[in-house]
Design a protein around this ligand. Structure first.
Ligand SMILES: Cc1cc2nc3c(=O)[nH]c(=O)nc-3n(C[C@H](O)[C@H](O)[C@H](O)COP(=O)(O)OP(=O)(O)OC[C@H]3O[C@@H](n4cnc5c(N)ncnc54)[C@H](O)[C@@H]3O)c2cc1C
Ligand SMILES: NC(=O)c1ccc[n+]([C@@H]2O[C@H](COP(=O)([O-])OP(=O)(O)OC[C@H]3O[C@@H](n4cnc5c(N)ncnc54)[C@H](OP(=O)(O)O)[C@@H]3O)[C@@H](O)[C@H]2O)c1
Ligand SMILES: *[C@@H]1O[C@H](CO)[C@@H](O)[C@H](O)[C@H]1NC(C)=O
Ligand SMILES: *[C@@H]1O[C@H](CO)[C@@H](O)[C@H](O)[C@H]1NC(C)=O
Ligand SMILES: *[C@@H]1O[C@H](CO)[C@@H](O)[C@H](O)[C@H]1NC(C)=O
Ligand SMILES: *[C@@H]1O[C@H](CO)[C@@H](O)[C@H](O)[C@H]1NC(C)=O
Length: 577
C-alpha cells in the first residue's frame, strides 16, 4: 500500500485489518505499558498480538501453587497506576493479574489486542520501509476466519519478555513416564494433586514457592536438587487496613512509600555488586543461621542445603517457609543426580527408583535465546540468529543492529536482581515512543523514515557493560545460572542501578543511529538529541522528605509490629531482595 498522506491515527478496523502503524508482540506488562504510552500520545492505529487467550504474560502463565512476586508490589506496579489496594507486601499471582486487568480496562486496551495470535516470523521490507509480520491464529474459532495472515506496520515492538518459553529438560526416558507431568509455568489445575506422590525437579525461585505450597497435600514429595541455593527471609505480611486507607486518600503517601522502597533497593545494588563487601559474608551467615534455626539437629540436611559457591553468583531465594518444609515426614530431599525417568518415576545414580503419580518440572525458562522462537529478518534479509550468533545484544537493551524501526522491551541486559523490572520497562516504553513518533511523523508527510542503531555504538555499549559485569559476583565461573550463556557471557543482567538506566534512556541521541529517509538529515545534524526526561521515583532527601520518610519508616514497621515481628527484622526485610 502506498504511504497515506494523512496517515489516520485511528483504531485499526475491518477495512485495514492488515495495516497498522505499530505492531506490538505480547500483552504482558511490557506490551500494556507500550500501548498506554501510545494512547497517551494520541496514537491509536496500533495492534497488540498475543499468543495466549488473555493478557498478563508472566502473571497469566505462572499459576502454580504459591506463585507470588518477590518485589513488593507497591514498587512492582506502574508508577502511573499505583494501587492502594495491595493486600500484602508480596501479593499472589491472582492479585497481580487482577491489577493488570484493572489497568487494561481503564485504558480500554482490549479492543487493541488480538488474542490467540502468535507471531512466527517478521521481515523488514526495505523498499516499502515496513515490517511484514506473519501471524498464526491459534484459536480454533478465530482460525475459521483466517488461520494466518501478514500484518504490515511501520514499526515493530517486541514485548515477549525473557521468561515465557518453558525449559523442558532433556532427561532420558521423560516421554516414557505414565503419570502426569506439569511444567510450573503451565500448571494444570484440572489435575488434583491432593494425596498424590509428587516428584519435583528443580529448586529455584519457582520451586521454592511450589514446594511449601504442595507439601501439606501430597502423600509424598521428593525434591530433586542439583545445586543448592542461598536463601534469605522474605518477611511477607498483610498490609494493615488503615494503611490501605491512607494510601487511597493520600496518594502522596503511596509515592512516598514507593520512593522509600526504591531507595533501599537501589542502595542494595552497590552492595551485591561488590564481591568483597561485608554484605556477602553477612548474607551467608544469615542464611546458614536461618537454616539451623528452622531445621534444628539435622546436619545431614544442612550439608545438602548449604551451597559451596559465593552468595550472589546465582539468584538468592527469598522464602520464610522453604527450609521448614524439609522437616515434614513426607518430604525427601534427593541430591543424587537424576539418571533417567521411567514408566513409574525417577531413577537416580546409584540405582534408587522413586515412584510418582506427578512429576513437576520447576526447571525454568529458555532465557538466553531472546525472542525464541520468532524468526526476524532485518535490512537486506539479515537474520536475527546471525546478528546474535555471539549472544543477544542490543543498544541500551532496546534497538538491534540491522533491524530498522524495531525495538524491544525487557531485552538483553535489562534484567535486575535488586529492583522492579517495571521501572525499566516504563523508561523503555517512553524511549520507544520517541522513535515511533519520528517514524509516524514521516508517514504523516507521505514519506518514510528508517531508524537503526549504529553497530559501532552497539558494540561499544555492549563491551562497556560486559566489562562491568565481569567484575561482579555473578560472573563467577563456577556458577551456572539462567542469565548466563554456556560460554559465560552474561546476556540478561543490567550492570548498574535502575536510576542509571533511566538516565541513559532519558534522551534519544540521534547520532547513535543510522537514519534513512524523511527528516534523517535534520535529526542527525541539527537536532541531535531529543530529551524525554524520566519518572523520578527515588527520594530527593530534603529535610521535608526526611520527615515523610521517617513517617513511612515508622508506619511500615508498624505493619510488622502488628504481625508481632520486631522492627529490626522488618527493617532487614527491606534490604533483602
Ligand atoms: C514466577 C515469576 C515471578 C516474577 N516475579 C517478579 C518480581 O517480583 N519482580 C520483578 O521485577 N520481576 C519478576 N518476574 C519477571 C517478570 O517476567 C517481569 O517482571 C515481567 O512480568 C515481564 O513482563 P513482559 O511483558 O516483558 O513479559 P511477559 O510477561 O513474559 O509477557 C510476554 C507476552 O508475550 C507473549 N508472546 C510471547 N511470544 C509471542 C509470540 N511469538 N507471539 C505473540 N505473543 C507472544 C506471551 O504470551 C506473553 O503474554 C517474575 C517472573 C516469573 C516467571
Ligand atoms: N517472584 C518470585 O519469587 C519468582 C518466582 C519464580 C520465578 N521468578 C523468576 O523466574 C526466574 C526463573 O526461576 P525458576 O525457578 O522458574 O527457574 P530457574 O531459576 O532457572 O531454576 C531452574 C531449576 O531447575 C533445575 N534444573 C534445570 N534443569 C535440570 C535438570 N536437567 N536436572 C535437574 N535439575 C534441573 C535448576 O538446577 P541448577 O540450579 O543446578 O541449574 C534449578 O534449580 C527467577 O530467577 C525469577 O527471576 C521469580
Ligand atoms: C482499588 O479498589 C477500588 C475499590 O475496590 C477500585 O475501585 C480500584 O479500581 C482499585 N484500584 C486498583 C488499581 O486496582
Ligand atoms: C482462544 O482460543 C481458544 C481455543 O480455541 C478459545 O477457547 C478461546 O475462546 C480463544 N480466546 C480468544 C480471546 O479468542
Ligand atoms: C505421609 O505418609 C504416611 C505414610 O506413608 C501416610 O500415612 C500419611 O497419610 C502421609 N501424610 C499425608 C499428609 O498425606
Ligand atoms: C541478575 O538477574 C537475575 C534475574 O533477575 C537475578 O536473580 C540476579 O540476582 C541478578 N544479579 C544481580 C547481581 O543483579
Amino acid at each position: 500500500m502506498a504511504p497515506n498522506k494523512y496517515y489516520p491515527q485511528l483504531e485499526v478496523g475491518n477495512k485495514n485489518y492488515t495495516e497498522a502503524a505499530v505492531v506490538i508482540i505480547g500483552a504482558g506488562i511490557s506490551g500494556i505499558c507500550t500501548a498506554i504510552n501510545l494512547l497517551n500520545n494520541n496514537i491509536h492505529n496500533f495492534v497488540i498480538v498475543e499468543k495466549s487467550g488473555g493478557l498478563g504474560g508472566t502473571w497469566r502463565d505462572n499459576k502454580y501453587p504459591g506463585c507470588c512476586c518477590d518485589i513488593n508490589s507497591h514498587l512492582y506496579s506502574y508508577s502511573f497506576e499505583q494501587n492502594p489496594n495491595w493486600s500484602r507486601l508480596y501479593p499472589g499471582q491472582e492479585e497481580m493479574l487482577r491489577y493488570l486487568h484493572t489497568v487494561a480496562e481503564k485504558y480500554k486496551l482490549f479492543r487493541y489486542i488480538r488474542f490467540n495470535s502468535s507471531v512466527k516470523e517478521a521481515r523488514w521490507d526495505g523498499e516499502a520501509r515496513k515490517w511484514k509480520t506473519a501471524i498464526e491464529v491459534t484459536g480454533s474459532k478465530d482460525a475459521e476466519f483466517a488461520d494466518h495472515y501478514t500484518l504490515n506496520s511501520d514499526f515493530l515492538v517486541s514485548a515477549v519478555g525473557q521468561l515465557n518459553s518453558p525449559y523442558y529438560p532433556s532427561i532420558p526416558g521423560i516421554e516414557e513416564f505414565q503419570g502426569k507431568i506439569i511444567h510450573t509455568s503451565r500448571w494444570d489445575w484440572t489435575y488434583d494433586y491432593k494425596g498424590k506422590r509428587i516428584g519435583i525437579i528443580g529448586n529455584g525461585a519457582t520451586a521454592a514457592q511450589v514446594i511449601p505450597s504442595v507439601a501439606p497435600d501430597a502423600a509424598q514429595l521428593t525434591v530433586f536438587q542439583r545445586t543448592p541455593n542461598w536463601l534469605l527471609p522474605r518477611y511477607d505480611a498483610a498490609v494493615w487496613k488503615p494503611f490501605r486507607l491512607l494510601f487511597k486518600y493520600f496518594p502522596f503517601s503511596l509515592w512516598k512509600i514507593r520512593a522509600w522502597m526504591m531507595d533501599f533497593r537501589e542502595a542494595f545494588f552497590t552492595v551485591i555488586q561488590d564481591q568483597g563487601s561485608g554484605w556477602a559474608a553477612y548474607a551467608q551467615k544469615n542464611s546458614i543461621d536461618m537454616l539451623k534455626k528452622q531445621i534444628p539437629n539435622r546436619p545431614d540436611l544442612w550439608e545438602k542445603l548449604v551451597p559451596n559457591y559465593p552468595v550472589g553468583c546465582k539468584r538468592v531465594i527469598v522464602s520464610d517457609d522453604y527450609y521448614p518444609t524439609f522437616t515434614r515426614d513426607n518430604v525427601t530431599l534427593e541430591t543424587n543426580p537424576i539418571e533417567k525417568i521411567t514408566k513409574n518415576g525417577i531413577t537416580v545414580e546409584g540405582g534408587i527408583e522413586h515412584e510418582f503419580d506427578l512429576i513437576v518440572l520447576a526447571t525454568g525458562f529458555r532465557t538466553v535465546e531472546f525472542m525464541h522462537p520468532i524468526q526476524l529478518y532485518g535490512a537486506n534479509g539479515r537474520a536475527l540468529s546471525d546478528i546474535w550468533r555471539d549472544g543477544a545484544h542490543a543498544l541500551y537493551g532496546v534497538t538491534v543492529d540491522s533491524l530498522p524501526n524495531f525495538a524491544m522491551l525487557y531485552g538483553p541486559n535489562t534484567n535486575l536482581g535488586h529492583n522492579s523490572i517495571i521501572l525499566m520497562i516504563e523508561s523503555q516504553a517512553k524511549y520507544i515512543h520517541a522513535l515511533i513518533s519520528q517514524v509516524l511523523e514521516a508517514r504523516q508527510q507521505g514519506q518514510s523514515l528508517a531508524i537503526m542503531p549504529n553497530p559501532k555504538r552497539t558494540v561499544a555499549f555492549n563491551e562497556e557493560i560486559q566489562e562491568t559485569l565481569g567484575k561482579t559476583s555473578f560472573a563467577h565461573p563456577n556458577c551456572r545460572s539462567w542469565y548466563k550463556r554456556a560460554d559465560g557471557k552474561i546476556t540478561n543482567n543490567w550492570s548498574s542501578t535502575v536510576v542509571e538506566y533511566q538516565k541513559t534512556l532519558s534522551k534519544v541521541d540521534w547520532t547513535d543511529f543510522i537514519l534513512e529517509g524523511y527528516g534523517a538529515e535534520q535529526l542527525a545534524t541539527k537536532k541531535r538529541k531529543t530529551y524525554l526526561g524520566r519518572v523520578r521515583e527515588e527520594s530527593l532527601f530534603t529535610y521535608r522528605d526526611w520527615v515523610f520518610v521517617m513517617a513511612g519508616l515508622l508506619g511500615t514497621w508498624g505493619i510488622w509490629a502488628v504481625k508481632g515481628k520486631g522492627a529490626l527484622e522488618g527493617f532487614r526485610s527491606w534490604v533483602s531482595f
